[in-house]
Ligand binder design. Structure first.
Ligand code: ATP
Ligand code: PRP
Ligand code: MG
Length: 411
């Protein structure tokens, strides 16, 4: 079949490209299309194969002229799963953009995209829980999800590893909440909740939660004997008032939803604190050099950017007799030592036809919170012309989390 006949068919394909179904081995109807470089087709071979096969076409991928099935273990691309919707989605794209990684998604209903700055990387948009499931199954190599989702759907899997544990957004906690009223009025801790005489094998504490793995585990670990769980997908905060549950276990961020529903958190009731994390499939990292290369690059960009968030560059001029003398003055101030000490350079001026050095320029990084204090300290030691600008990246000599990861994987 010719490319011109296949391509319109593919573009109109109503099916989102999903994991490749089992593919027949002959005839190689789409060989011509699958051999095209990814950028010319605009889709990866796997996406093409999925769509064609979903549309009833027979497909085999042809790699180096040899027909092969598109098996997960044989794929050459590295796959990163990103949240397709919900509150994690736009913050994740913002973080990537801040790290100069722009995700090219033609429209929100298209589930595969690419990041032009990193070749050989496929981005797949999925629901957060499916990202974790697909990391476990090997259909993805990397993913960004909340730590809560990783913990709930990863089921403590040894196959996954957290590459960056604090991406700086999606902050929330998984926490138990009970009504403020009735029999719970004077109950303020998990211990007090556990000791209430009301809970028996016949009439257990009824907890509504979407976290059906973490919930029972937490209750068991904390010695709560008589507990029964029910599950719902949202609006759990209504369950106690509706008489469906005694308590809920859900995510809390600002606490507004609990407050509006007359519920309260209790001491010892936080199961975990969560924020967005970068997760990888261990096997992919161990087996595939290209996964390690891309993981390292993404991690380095994240680390450098996140290290710089909250820091400012401060440049000031200072009169002095030598760089050392100026350095001593600067280092005598508690807020002016910068990341590794100040950079001090001579400022050359021309006086009476001669080049002289009366001033030194000092450059330091200071935390945003300490800016005003630092400017005051600079003035005290003779600083003038203070320039302040934001910092975008701080790349260190090594990437600490990468070193830790290699150690964890015995690489
Ligand atoms: N109130 C919140 N504030 C901040 N982050 C939150 C909050 N609730 C959830 N999150 C984080 O955002 C992630 C995604 O939540 P979101 O509500 O967008 O999707 P979801 O509820 O998991 O999916 P769905 O609505 O399809 O069931 C959560 O796993 C958590 O890490
Ligand atoms: O402490 P708050 O800032 O009030 O946030 C907490 C609420 O946010 C989440 O719900 P979400 O908005 O995701 O709706 P959902 O229940 O449909 O997932 C969570 O399930 C809580 O209901
Ligand atoms: Mg939600």
């Amino acid at each position: 079949m010719s490319l011109s006949r296949l391509l319109p068919n593919f573009q109109q394909c109503p099916y989102p490209p999903l994991s490749p179904p089992p593919l027949p081995s002959s005839p190689p109807v789409s060989a011509e299309l699958l051999l095209l470089p990814r950028r010319r087709v605009g889709y990866t071979r796997t996406a093409v194969a999925c769509c064609l096969s979903a549309a009833g076409q027979q497909v085999v991928a042809v790699v180096n002229g040899t027909p092969e099935s598109v098996a997960v273990t044989e794929r050459k691309e590295v796959r990163l799963g990103l949240p397709s919707k919900g509150r994690m989605s736009s913050d994740t794209l913002d973080l990537l953009r801040d790290c100069q990684l722009s995700v090219k998604q033609v429209n929100p209903r298209q589930y595969v995209a690419e990041i032009p700055q990193i070749s050989n990387l496929e981005v797949w948009f999925q629901r957060p829980k499916d990202i974790v499931r697909k990391l476990v199954s090997g259909d993805l190599d990397l993913g960004i999800v909340g730590f809560d989702t990783y913990s709930e759907y990863g089921l403590g899997s040894e196959d996954l590893v957290i590459v960056h544990e604090a991406l700086g957004y999606g902050d929330c906690r998984l926490s138990i909440a009970i009504p403020k009223y009735g029999i719970f009025e004077n109950v303020n801790s998990l211990k007090e909740l556990a000791q209430m005489p009301q809970w028996t094998p016949e009439k257990p504490l009824r907890v509504a939660t979407g976290f059906t793995h973490l919930g029972p585990k937490f209750m068991k670990d904390n010695g709560l004997m008589h507990v029964a769980f029910s599950t719902a997908d949202g609006a759990l905060e209504a369950a106690p008032a509706m008489g469906i549950a005694d308590a809920i276990l859900d995510l809390v961020s600002s606490g507004t939803t609990l407050k509006e529903n007359n519920l309260k958190e209790i001491e010892g009731g936080v199961v975990l604190n969560s924020q967005a994390v970068l997760v990888a499939r261990k096997e992919s990292l161990i087996q595939r050099q290209e996964v390690r290369n891309i993981t390292k690059e993404v991690l380095e960009r994240f680390e450098a950017h996140l290290r710089a968030v909250g820091q400012l560059t401060v440049v000031a001029n200072m009169r002095g007799s030598s760089a050392e003398e100026v350095a001593e003055r600067v280092l005598s101030q508690p807020s002016l030592s910068g990341l590794q000490g100040p950079t001090i350079s001579p400022v050359y001026c021309k006086r009476n036809g001669e080049v002289v050095v009366d001033y030194y320029a000092i450059v330091i990084c200071v935390p945003k919170k300490a800016l005003y204090e630092s400017v005051q300290q600079l003035r005290q030691i003779g600083g003038s012309g203070v320039l302040v600008s934001p910092l975008t990246y701080i790349f260190e000599e090594v990437t600490p989390r990468w070193q830790e990861l290699l150690l964890k994987l015995n690489l």
